[in-house]
Design a protein around this ligand. Structure first.
Ligand code: FAD
Ligand code: UDP
Length: 383
């Protein structure tokens, strides 16, 4: 077998961007993925002419012009702007929390009226806190937006999403969501946002263009050489100088310190015989009446106006959030004390591993959006 500078395990955005930039620097790369396709979690499946986000809805957003220019140099991005709708027991509200939401909730028209209403809604929790910092998600949410919004749009959704009470979750989770006193339904504050024209597979294909890639090969069980039964994890040094590993951190060390926990999501996807099922890409179901957290209608990420009707059917996915068990897809790291401490211990082992780069969401055990993943790779100076 020929010799490679890098063996890259995982063809998600971290592995694909790494392979792209290293190849540009003249380093020979080999990419493997245990899935039957490239692209990791941004992979899309074509159904009825629609790009279906197989591993969950992905919206690219960043304020970093360098990252935006980089991804647009691979594939041009469209003008999609994420404006999810919340459905609470049949009534609809705009997200994130903004003047439209406050009007729908209380009938207030001006920012001044909305602020006054939120102040009265917050009074109870502020009295209880007596100047102390909010200690959990419930206290944080109540002291940010008050009790009506907490009850209608946060409490039950969060319980479904995380499988535990808002009192048992860290405050920072809810700080991701913007709170605005303008009529602006854009879910993100970032300057740039969109979806690759033609879908995310175009981004993956562009990044990996001309690079040797093999799918269906598990680093821990598989080998590219049919005459060699030794798994790649034991013999990779025979074929590459450096390993770029983007799989789960604990698995690399054979779970020697214990297993890390994950949250996972699953999807029920179906075709609907209508061109326009819910009129929006994302509808969150914020009450316990529905067991799923949200419904994604994939065509709205890439089709606008008449294009929606030119495509006669639609594909929707109900998203269910569940506890992770072995054999499921690991999605979100669990940010509690046990897991953070365990991940730190594994990170120390990782630092002592010669010629191995641990990168991406699974190997760093950190929740990264797509743009920060690309930024991480760009910041690796010795490539
Ligand atoms: P991944 O995409 O998970 O790639 C890792 C790859 O490694 C996988 O293909 C896997 O098969 C492979 N692999 C693992 N182990 C092995 C092995 N033993 N052998 C071979 N291959 C292996 N970010 C945003 O910016 N916007 C969003 O809207 C957004 N929505 C999201 C929604 C959901 C439900 C989730 C879970 C994430 C979302 N993200 C979003 C985050 C985004 O998915 C990540 O930032 C990005 O996919 C991380 O890329 P990665 O390469 O680290 O990991
Ligand atoms: N959230 C909520 N109601 C919503 C949307 C989000 O309470 O309608 C809360 C929930 O706790 C979630 C957090 O806000 O975990 C962050 O939401 P975001 O949409 O950023 O989460 P993602 O699904 O992208 O991880």
């Amino acid at each position: 077998m020929s010799h490679y500078y890098y063996l890259i395990v995982g063809s998600g955005l971290f592995g694909a961007t790494f392979a792209h930039l290293a190849t540009k620097k003249g380093k020979k790369c080999l990419v493997i993925d245990k899935r039957e396709h490239l692209g990791g979690n941004v992979y899309c499946e074509q159904i009825e002419g629609i790009n279906v986000h197989k591993y969950g809805a992905h919206i690219f957003h960043t304020s970093n012009k360098e990252i935006w220019d980089f991804v647009n140099s691979i594939v041009e991005f469209n003008r999609y702007t994420n404006c999810p709708i919340a459905n609470y027991k049949g009534k609809l509200y705009n997200l994130p929390f903004n003047m439209n939401t406050f009007y729908q909730m209380w009938g207030v028209h001006t920012p001044e009226e909305a602020k006054a209403k939120i102040e009265t809604q917050k009074a109870e929790v502020l009295a209880t806190l007596q100047g102390k910092e909010p200690q959990n998600l419930e206290e944080q949410a109540l002291s940010l937006v008050g009790k009506d919004i907490f009850e209608y749009l946060i409490k039950e959704y969060t319980e479904k999403q995380w499988g535990r009470s808002c009192k048992d979750l860290p405050a920072f989770i809810i700080k991701r969501l913007p709170l605005r006193f303008t009529y602006d339904n854009n879910y993100f504050n970032d300057r740039y946002q969109g979806i690759p024209i033609g879908g995310y597979n175009k981004l993956t294909e562009g990044l990996l263009n001309g690079i040797e890639c093999h799918t269906g090969i598990d680093f821990f069980n598989g080998n590219l050489d049919k005459n060699n039964p030794t798994p790649l994890c034991e013999c990779w040094r025979d074929i590459a100088s450096t390993l770029v590993y983007t799989g789960p951190l604990d698995q690399y060390f054979n779970y020697s310190l214990g297993r890390l926990d994950w949250r996972t999501v699953s999807f029920k996807t179906r075709i609907e015989e209508t061109p326009n099922y819910q009129g929006n890409a994302v509808v969150n179901y914020t009450s316990h009446e529905q067991p799923f957290t949200r419904v994604i209608e994939h065509k709205h990420f890439e089709m606008f106006g008449q294009e929606v009707y030119d495509c006669p059917k639609t594909v929707i996915s109900e998203e269910y959030s569940t506890e992770y068990h072995e054999g499921m897809e690991p999605y979100y790291p669990v940010n509690d004390h046990r897991n953070n401490t365990l991940a730190d211990a594994y990170r120390q082992l990782a630092q002592q591993e010669p010629n191995v780069i641990f990168g991406g969401r699974l190997a760093q055990y950190r929740y990264f959006d797509m743009a920060p993943i690309i930024e991480e790779v760009m910041n690796i100076t010795e490539m």
